[in-house]
Design a binder for this molecule. Sequence first.
Ligand code: GLA
Length: 729
Amino acid sequence: MITVDQQNLVFTLHTRRTTYQMKAGRHGVLLHTYYGPRIRGGDLSPLIQLADRGFSPNPPEAGHDRTFSLDTLPQEYATSGAGDFRLPSIQAELADGSRIVDLRFCGYMVHQGKYALEGLPAFFAREDEADTLTVYLADAVSGLRVELLYGVLEDCDLITRAVRVVNGGEAPFRLLQAASLCLDFLRADLDLITFDGRHTMERLPSRAPLRPGVQGVGSVRGISSHQHNPFAVLCEGDANEDHGLCYGAMLLYSGGFQAEVERDQFDNSRLVLGIQPRNFSWTLDPGESFTAPEAALTCTADGLGAMSRQLHRAIRRHLLRDPWAGKRHPVLINNWEATEFHFDLEKLEGIAGAAAQLGAELFVLDDGWFGVRNNDRQGLGDWGVNEEKLPGGLERLSERVRALGLDFGVWVEPEMVSEDSELYRAHPDWALTAPGRAPTRGRSQLVLDLTRTEVREYVYRSMGQVLSCPGLVYVKWDMNRALTDVWSAALPAARQGEVCHRYVLAVYELLERVRRDYPHLLIEGCAGGGGRFDAGMLYYTPQIWCSDNTDALDRLGIQCGTSFAYPAGTVGAHVSAVPNGQTCRSIPMETRGVVAMAGTFGYELDVRRCTEEEKAVIRRQIAFFKEHWDVIQNGDAYRLTDAFRPGPFTAWQQVSADRRRSLVSLVTGGASSNPPFAVLRLKGLDPELNYRINGGEERWPGDALMAAGWPVPYLPGDYQALQLWLEAE
Ligand code: GLA
């Protein structure tokens, strides 16, 4: 719900449990007055106190009122060059060479329903589920105008934001930054949590109190990156899973981003989130506009767990699109870790057949099936099937796989080209390369310049040949290096700062076309595992391969970090062979299954080599997952152990919406001698109900399970796991 106090120009956005407020204050400065737990309303601008602060200058309209300074006011969209020295939201080089953007309120509009963004991912909602507020700001001198869009999704406590910058003047200007979100707080006693890591160890949470100055994370890699995720949390210092005020902010964007927080001289703080400004510029001619990607915010006073559940709900209901939204993704068998590039029809059929007998539903043919590709230095770009490996092409394999009772899926990496490929030999200039420079290789490959129409068309056509294979229901869309040599022959020198963003728009355009022309396809996103695991990608690819690391112990940390923002049903997770290919660690099959089941479940090993015992475990796991998937995928998720204080085990829980069914999973670390006994306190149950454990005789009241806990038995050995299936009587 959006309420507007027209007289005082106070705009209040209410969700079910939160309130967000802004006010067009004196001299048309758009003030941010409140974001937090729901309140009735009113005008909260008296919270903002003014004082004459040395070295904080005053805009001309303030005359000699030295208490009014942009440098000290909390604002909705911070300007640059006009007296606010803190983090800007927008920067531009104007026609006269100046870099002053001074924005003032000049109008607003409220409408029912949620805005959409052309060519960009965005949360969506039915007309009756959301409202939109648009606030218009303008820089009087240059004619630069800004439209701030606010989507209010009441049911899941989500406020979305997007920004359109319009050149309403007479001369072109160069946009140097256009953040999607600026959020000011009249406090700085907050912790910043970011999700950081590296290839094969993504999204590990790291938490620290705000210190004076600017702190933050970002990516300059052209993808959202393994190193930092475009999601950040600000929370009270004592906030934990169950208590405390928490703000979650995510960017729906799959390219370079920047998330920064500044704690200023007066212990106020400002979060700015948006496209990475480094190396970015965008020329706007008169009448043109630029749309910054969407950001989404949630807030709760009930701790990090509640924050995550709100985001999960929002993503499930308002970001994942049909036909897969809410549906079970097939249990798959992928051949990558089993064969890498070395396979033939018989081997693939063997693996698929063995998995089919245990209950798998989809066979995914990974890398190495096209062009001449026997290692990762060749073949990318040549999407014709390699008939030496697969006589009869994908069609024959698809037929064979379907005869085994499985659906068929395939891996592609459309954004890339190998120098050793027909495509590169024919069009060396199609790779991102700057004039006179040899391009930098990543995984021995180059990036196609998707900003060029002819390159995009080639990619789409060649993908079309793959995706129209009869029986194909699934595609894994991979991307295995970061962008360098960012220069496009399609753009003049002055516009080269646009290439990275245009690249991301091109990827979105391709994915949208695939969705439109092959609406039945389930697309799995991937970038060397989780290098592009972001909310932008989820709009197109409702599951994303979470990490190239399939070691169950490492995965606990990776998946736990991922769970702060993203729901289990989006997290690609497989059981692989031991010793694990990435860590050499051996973890029991039972445990590997429990961990993979916390995501979209699948296997990535040569099932033929499993012992009969292991096969029996796999059969049980698949049957168990098929029975309980909806609680895992669509239920409420609880982290039962503290991500910031690792203990002897990691535990998590999913609870059905009616709280009658729940799955508890627990995995231990390395064994230790003579260990203390642990009690596991469960969450999210109905205190009034009694729960039956694992279909047996054991029964516990919900209130006792939550208040007193459940006794964790001694689990001898390394990396043991247990699962409790709770069903209310
Ligand atoms: C990436 C993916 C893997 C696999 C390989 C194939 O690393 O993340 O899952 O598909 O490429 O080359």
